[in-house]
Design a protein around this ligand. Structure first.
Ligand code: KG4
Ligand code: ZN
Length: 338
């Protein structure tokens, strides 16, 4: 079965063809990063307009690269939530047009489920049930995946997402947007014990995450340092130490929840997903933690961590075979539980 996936929830216009939810046939991504980087973050209206311009070409390329036509496609999987509402509506409206014109079923896909499904494309043996940790620019969610289309939420962020916390820290250090990957490299050059950042907890909700205190601590540190030294610029060693210490606290905040979970029940494998799953320090920490409890862990390849449509098509396959086709009245949602 061939699924055409379409993804426009944030700043990547993406289309892909996936076979049977497990095999990438084509995967095209048009990134808007250059457009938004001058503003230091994604500008929602600009994102919607850029999707509108790119989407026809991106979908054509995905079909061409797969050497198929719309006739060969079994259904159209579309991200309908969560994300920037204008951006989502652009992709959804396009997918509806395609579905109407071709008569192919329209399959709604939750973006977070899509991130998890990126792992199905590279780990043939991976099957639910498992525990998934989705860490991206917009989400930080700890989930129990009971089966391909049945999820329970275990914990989530109360404020910033993990990727947002990396991007804001990078901005504070004067690094370009998006700063996650740059922070990752810089952290490898610094001393993670140089600065003591606190690992936060949420009162009465031990599995939830909070990153805003960590971000504020970094902002105060940088302001105080600049005021004390009179230098507007931070020296490179100090920046690397900040990146390493900040990353250490952020990674420990994430893995501490996983540790609590594993202490209670270590019968299920751990699956990492989302843009921040590309972080080398987090990948190592999750691997070490899983090994110490003797549980399997699965990481997506770097190429499938960030937003893409192959993951949407992969999840779309499982939604389709569970009977989740939507009417053409389907709406988009900026927020929706998984
Ligand atoms: O999954 P994604 O493409 O978009 C959302 O669904 O939000 O995630 C993008 C986020 C950005 O915040 C970016 O800075 C972060 O993932 N990111 C990283 C790394 N690569 C991307 N964060 C930390 N370390 C990385 N290597
Ligand atoms: Zn995403």
């Amino acid at each position: 079965m061939l699924i055409l996936g379409i993804e426009t929830s944030c700043d990547e216009t993406a289309a892909a063809v996936v076979k049977d939810g497990r095999e990438v046939v084509s995967n095209i991504i048009a990134s808007q990063t250059d457009i938004h980087s001058v503003y230091g973050g994604v500008v929602p209206e600009i994102a919607s307009r850029a999707h509108t311009e790119a989407i026809c070409g991106v979908v054509s390329k995905a079909l061409d690269a797969a050497a198929v036509t719309l006739e060969d496609i079994d259904c159209i999987a579309i991200t309908y939530c969560p994300g920037l509402i204008g951006a989502l509506l652009t992709g959804l409206s396009y997918a509806k047009g395609l579905s109407f014109a071709s008569g192919k079923p329209l399959i709604p896909v939750h973006h977070i489920r899509g991130h998890v499904a990126a792992n199905y494309l590279v780990h043939a043996e991976l099957k639910p049930p498992f525990v998934a940790l989705v860490v991206s620019g917009g989400h930080t969610s700890l989930l129990k995946v009971n089966n391909y289309t049945d999820y329970d939420s275990i914990g989530q962020t109360r404020d910033d997402a993990a990727g947002e916390a990396f991007d804001k820290a990078a901005r504070m250090l004067g690094l370009p947007y998006p700063g996650g990957a740059i922070m990752d490299k810089l952290a490898s050059q610094g001393d993670k014990n140089a600065i003591k950042f606190t690992v936060s907890s949420v009162d009465g909700a031990e599995m939830d995450f909070s990153f805003s205190g960590l971000k504020t601590a970094l902002i105060n540190l940088v302001h105080n340092h600049k005021a004390r030294t009179g230098n507007a610029e931070l020296d490179e060693c100090f920046m690397a130490d900040i990146a390493a210490s900040y990353t250490e606290a952020l990674v420990r905040t994430i893995t501490s929840r996983l540790r609590i979970l594993l202490e209670r029940d270590s019968s299920l494998p751990i699956v990492l997903a989302g843009g921040v799953a590309a972080n080398s320090h987090l990948r190592r920490a999750v691997g070490e933690l899983a090994d110490s409890f003797g549980v399997n862990h699965y990481l997506p390849p770097l190429s499938l961590c960030g937003d893409n449509a192959a993951m949407i098509a992969a999840q779309g396959y499982f939604e389709y075979i569970s009977g989740a086709a939507a009417p053409l009245a389907l709406n988009a949602f900026a927020t929706k539980s998984v």
